[in-house]
Design a protein around this ligand. Structure first.
Ligand code: GLC
Length: 434
């Protein structure tokens, strides 16, 4: 069965965002931001204060860094040398789930079990030394509120975490208790931060003129340095970094696939932007559209963004690899023309995602510039979609120039790989600086 040409064109059109619409979305994002700065309840984003501004680049000393934001926990011992230089002295990492062995993120696991496991990794990175004093920065990438650099309290688990006894608690307090149980009370957590904030700190430490940090991966979120906020409980320069939790931004134009996916999701109405752009969801939208083209609407194929990526990377004459993936996941042998259409559909979904992400960056660039000029600056991004997904990065760049015109020459995106660890060490150093 060949795809219906008309239906295919219509679906592509539904996943296409033209220049004018994109401009509107960027303007809506900025408007939402401005509302939130006035009164956070007016914004669809949480706009959480981080209690840090930018580092000077001269932070020095040995710090521990804990990266806790997904199923892999990583702990580092990092030496900050100042002048934007650093050295990773030791690193350990282990997953929170090993199927059949243990699972610290299920609803059967307790906070004590989870944090005891983390404390064990911290102990490994300090080689069981329970004498030396260590300061630790903690990248905790879940929506949390805080009123100083230490006390982030988990609002709600995201990313399918369900461990009991953590929601509503201060993550660092749970860590301190676990470290004490282990006899490692000499490790003192002094800072906590979201992964977006860590990426921004890490990039700004090495590259001046970086004011926006973003994660574009399984999840999507962005932070930026807001110059107008100064708080006695904050550290660093230039104002305060706000973790937007913009995955929850909702003033955009979802198509019927987005709406249908959201309605059937675990948390309908939540994380609407993230559900249109991030790696966790692109494969779902892709599968829904293919099901419709095959006349089996509603069928689930378990297609992922990695499948999309592999289909798009197939440049062979016969699209054999793409065809094999479709066969394996969808269970149909498609003719060449339809495989090419599936590839085009994947591209269209990724391009939409990249353009929407670019529109949110532009809103932040506008916000920072106010009525003044758009200064030369970098937007630091980490994450697998940005780094590896075909068409993502170049379409961000294209959309930036579409939206910013001549000013686009002043704005570029840079990859900050692994900023979650380095950023945590920098935050710890900033917290200990006075
Ligand atoms: C989710 C989390 C957010 C995090 C992002 C990327 O959106 O709510 O805190 O920054 O994923 O990991």
């Amino acid at each position: 069965m060949a795809f219906n040409e008309e239906q295919f064109k219509e679906i592509l059109a539904e996943f296409t965002i033209g220049g004018e619409r994109l401009h509107e979305i960027a303007a809506n994002f900025r408007q939402d931001l401005r509302l939130g700065l006035r009164d956070v309840t007016l914004s669809s984003m949480r706009m959480l204060k981080s209690y840090v501004g930018l580092p000077s680049g001269n932070e020095k000393g040995d710090y521990l860094a804990l990266d806790f934001g997904g199923t892999n926990i990583r702990v580092f011992r990092i030496r900050l040398e100042g002048g934007g230089k650093y050295e990773i002295i030791k690193r350990v990492g282990r997953p929170l789930i090993v199927p059949g062995e243990y699972n610290y993120i299920s609803k059967d696991a307790t906070a004590e079990q989870m944090f005891d496991f983390i404390a064990e990794l911290v102990d490994e990175v300090i080689d069981g030394d329970h004498q030396t004093k260590y300061y630790l920065g903690h990248t905790f990438s879940f929506p949390s509120t805080q009123d100083n650099i230490y006390n982030a309290r988990l609002i709600i688990w995201t990313k399918e975490f369900a461990t009991q006894g953590v929601e509503g608690e201060i993550a660092n307090d749970l860590l301190v208790a676990a470290l004490k149980r282990r006899g490692a009370g000499n490790v003192e957590p002094v800072a906590v931060l979201n992964d977006t904030v860590a990426v921004l700190l890490s990039a700004a430490y090495k590259t001046p003129d970086t004011f926006i940090g973003s994660i574009y991966a399984t999840g999507h979120n962005t932070c930026y340095l807001e110059p107008s906020i100064h708080d006695p409980n904050g550290f660093g320069e230039g104002g305060m970094i706000l973790n937007l939790e913009c995955g929850n931004f909702s003033k955009l134009a979802p198509n019927r696939f987005d709406k249908e996916y959201d309605e059937g999701s675990e948390k309908p109405g939540e994380q609407r932007f993230e559900k249109m752009v991030s790696g966790r969801y692109m494969g779902e939208l892709f599968g829904m559209a293919i099901a419709e083209l095959l006349g089996e609407k509603g069928k689930q194929y378990n297609l992922t963004s990695v499948d999309m990526s592999m289909i798009m990377l197939d440049d062979s004459e016969k699209l054999t690899k793409a065809s094999d993936i479709i066969m394996a996941k969808v269970g149909r042998e498609l003719d060449f023309d339809d495989v090419a259409k599936v590839k085009k559909l994947a591209e269209t979904i990724v391009i939409r995602s990249a353009r929407l992400v670019a529109a949110s960056f532009v809103a932040l660039v506008w916000q920072r510039a106010g009525k003044g000029k758009i200064v030369k600056q970098h937007v630091a991004v980490d994450g697998s979609v940005y780094e590896k997904m075909p068409h993502a990065k170049e379409n961000i760049t294209k959309a930036l120039s579409e939206l910013l015109g001549e000013d686009a020459a002043n704005v570029d995106t840079i990859l900050d790989n692994g900023g979650s660890g380095l950023g945590a060490a920098i935050a710890a150093a900033m917290a200990k600086s006075n």
